[in-house]
Ligand binder design. Structure first.
Ligand code: SF4
Ligand code: MG
Length: 336
């Protein structure tokens, strides 16, 4: 299948008092046509910065794209002017953010807000755009679209506002939809409805999706593939099945153990991952997870493990799976 998005060796930092936070460190991945990919990790793992860099929404300075390339359908986004990039955002890439109230304009009817992109990017006439807005409101499951089109954001519930955001994001039938924690601000039942809606729409429209979340639990429902980020790096990637049934990285395993399961015994506790992520002003010399990892070996402290392929679709960045450590036995480097 063809890649719609290709991110190559992306590194992004932010100037802060006392140094530079290395927020994204050498991140590479692709998203295929019609595929839904989740990027999972704790806050500060670099997942949102990765998404914002793809959309060229990070402020420079203090942000700095130190290296890397991003191709959308073959077009090098890093080389575009801001004006050219505006034609990509909202048109070829749709975006949904965490809090629909802050992303919507409170002084404008939702109809006008959905229409904006259509008029700007697709130069539809007023009547045609109006027709399309009604169609979109119906598509995202908002009842009485003829009334709703003329209402303001405060007249919508949180879940309905997020549906409006999805309508805006899908208005120009983008090739890629990036959703950053789209359900975090919503209560649990509404969360489930929005995720189901996103999945239905993805199947209908064949749009590729990047879903960014700290919650591995919601990934299972809608994603084909999972990318796990930790301390600015991709530590594991695989199909949803591989990540849930055969996780390789100690961090991925930790994330899974901290999730409630249906088959869990009542008295079986959820196990949190102890410790905190490293300071990315001075990233660790070796594996970023070292200070929290029960399996850490001597080599983990001094050298960043390379990606090791587990299958055609799964790879992990951990010395435990690296051929070098396997050759040396599980004590690799311990006595060094
Ligand atoms: Fe743990 Fe070492 Fe693997 Fe890092 S490389 S996750 S410290 S075993
Ligand atoms: Mg974030």
């Amino acid at each position: 299948m063809k890649s719609i998005l290709d991110v190559q060796n992306l590194s992004v930092s932010f100037a802060v008092y006392g140094g530079e936070v290395q927020a994204v460190r050498d991140v590479s991945f692709d998203v295929k046509e019609g595929e839904a990919v989740a990027i999972v990790g704790e806050s500060g793992s670099g997942k949102s910065v990765t998404a914002q860099t793809i959309m060229r929404l990070i402020q420079t300075p203090p942000g700095k794209i130190k290296k890397g390339k991003v191709f959308l359908d073959g077009q090098d986004l890093m080389s575009l002017s801001e004006k050219e990039m505006q034609k990509v955002r909202g048109n070829k890439i749709g975006m949904i953010f965490q809090d629909p109230m802050t992303s919507l304009n409170p002084t404008m009817t939702v109809g006008k807000q959905i229409m904006e992109g259509l008029i700007q990017h697709q130069s539809l006439s007023g009547a045609k755009a109006n027709e399309r807005v009604l169609e979109l409101l119906t598509l995202v499951g908002i009842p009485n679209p003829e009334t709703r089109i003329n209402q303001y954001p405060h007249q919508f519930s949180g879940g309905m506002r997020q549906r409006v955001m999805i309508a805006i994001a899908l208005a120009c039938t983008p090739a890629l939809l990036i959703a950053d924690e789209p359900t975090t601000a919503l209560d649990v039942t509404i969360q489930a409805q929005i995720l189901t809606l996103m999945k239905d729409l993805q199947e209908k429209t064949k749009t590729s999706i990047i879903l960014i979340t700290h919650d591995l639990g919601i990934v299972a429902d809608i994603c084909d593939r999972v990318i796990v980020m930790y301390a600015g790096q991709i530590v594991e990637t695989g199909t949803k099945h591989e990540i849930f049934s055969n996780p390789q990285h100690p961090y991925t395993k930790g994330l899974l153990k901290s999730l409630p399961r249906l088959d869990q015994a009542k008295d079986e506790p959820l196990i949190p991952i102890f410790g905190t992520p490293p300071d990315l002003i001075k990233p660790p010399q070796g594996c970023g997870f070292c200070s929290r990892c029960d399996s850490a070996m001597r080599i983990c402290e001094t050298e960043i493990p390379e990606q090791t392929k587990i299958s055609d679709t799964q790879s992990v960045r951990c010395w435990l799976q690296h051929p070098y450590a396997k050759e040396q036995g599980s004590d690799a480097g311990k006595e060094a």
